[in-house]
Design a protein around this ligand. Structure first.
Ligand code: ADP
Ligand code: MG
Length: 285
């Protein structure tokens, strides 16, 4: 892939406080000097990226393609490189991560959870329809644009996404993503396609309802074994007693071990827990 356009060194932004730190990047507030607007700027040190530049270029390409097309994908406002760094300026999401929101306000009731998951499945369907797999869906990559209760959610961090070649549908086999949210086929090195995002959204559904993940175990190895075996429970009972069978069925619908049998985002969107808006607490049992 040819490198993207390289712009002149930026003296148009002044950086502020750090918003987040990852293995290859740091995200800082960036004030646009001329307009006074504030953005979230992901700064990637090229030295740390040696041999992985393609990963960033993929992110840029994916975001360019996606971010202007959907209100629930974080908007890439500007992009430039200097000798040492790569800069990605995103619209600022001041509402924080889904992770923080759950820590702050507690778990979601079913109606709110179903509304959130419906939105996420719609945006993931959109991402998949453009031939892209996100590959790292988890609550710290889902940001709220404002602090308001009804703020829009934004899918961020396409660092590990790849443009999927639908023709070749090559099954890449390197391990990626985040333990706990990663699908069994990744651990089994059976490749990763769109189905892995469906798995992650199933784990996220579980998480927003009860505040912990289905495969939360003492060690990464134990977690990995549980994921591969699809071993999870709707326990402890005290967290699940008020949660409908439809919600549990929805999670099980997403957490199908065999990735070839896992439903697409489009199919999941037809599940009654989403179509009924989580309003299924009075299930006949
Ligand atoms: P990493 O690859 O380091 O995980 P992310 O893109 O996920 O990079 O960004 C790291 C963190 O920085 C996020 O979890 C979030 O807290 C913060 N962040 C990223 N983008 C934005 C944004 N547009 N607005 C506000 N905060 C952001
Ligand atoms: Mg991230």
């Amino acid at each position: 892939m040819p490198p993207p356009e390289v712009k002149a060194a930026p003296c148009r932004y002044r950086t502020g406080k750090t918003l987040g730190k990852g293995s290859f990047s740091i995200v800082k507030e960036a004030f646009h000097v001329d307009s006074g607007n504030v953005y979230a700027c992901k700064i990637i040190n090229k030295k740390l990226m040696t041999g992985r530049e393609a990963m960033v270029r993929n992110e840029v390409k994916a975001l360019k393609q996606l971010s202007y097309g959907h209100p629930n994908v974080v908007t890439l406002h500007d992009y430039f490189e200097t000798t040492n760094n790569i800069y990605l300026c995103f619209n600022m999401c001041t509402g924080g991560e889904l992770l923080q929101r759950i820590h702050r306000r507690g778990t979601f009731n079913e109606r709110d959870a179903a509304a959130l998951m419906k939105k996420l499945f719609h945006v993931v369907k959109y991402i998949h329809d453009t031939g892209i797999v996100h590959r790292d869906l988890k609550p710290d990559n889902l940001l709220f644009d404002t602090d308001a209760e009804d703020a829009e959610i934004q899918v961020a961090d396409f660092g590990l996404s790849r443009i999927m070649d639908e023709q070749k549908m090559s099954l890449l086999t390197e391990v990626c993503g985040t333990p706990g949210y990663m699908a069994p086929e990744i651990y089994k090195k059976l490749g990763h396609g769109k189905a892995m995002d469906i798995w992650s959204l199933g784990v996220i559904t579980y998480y927003v309802l009860v505040g912990y993940t289905p495969f939360e175990l003492a060690s990464t190895e134990a977690e990995m074994d549980a994921v591969v075996a699809g071993e999870y429970r709707f326990e402890p009972e005290k967290y699940w007693s008020n949660i409908s069978e439809a919600a549990k069925n929805f999670i099980a619908h997403c957490l199908v071990i065999e990735h070839g049998n896992r439903p697409s985002a489009e199919t999941v969107l037809q599940h009654r827990w989403l179509t009924d808006g989580g309003n299924v607490l009075l299930d006949p049992t």
